[in-house]
Design a protein around this ligand. Sequence first.
Ligand code: SF4
Length: 70
Amino acid sequence: MPHGKPAGVRCVQLGDQDRCLLFGQPTRPPVCASLRPHPGLCGASRAEALAHIAWMERATAPPLPPKDPA
Ligand code: SF4
């Protein structure tokens, strides 16, 4: 994904079993390699992890453009 991965878009490097196809490879983006498992992010289940990630995406999303008054 040469222009970055937008929030909410599935990474092209995510395999059929939801595992990173670049894991352990030097081509894995540094931001991905910098993430470390933590209970505050991963929670106790896949559902909790996805909910945490969704919250982080909303919290760090760029502001919406101003509405057109017309
Ligand atoms: S860790 Fe990064 S490169 Fe790998 S699947 Fe997730 S977003 Fe894609």
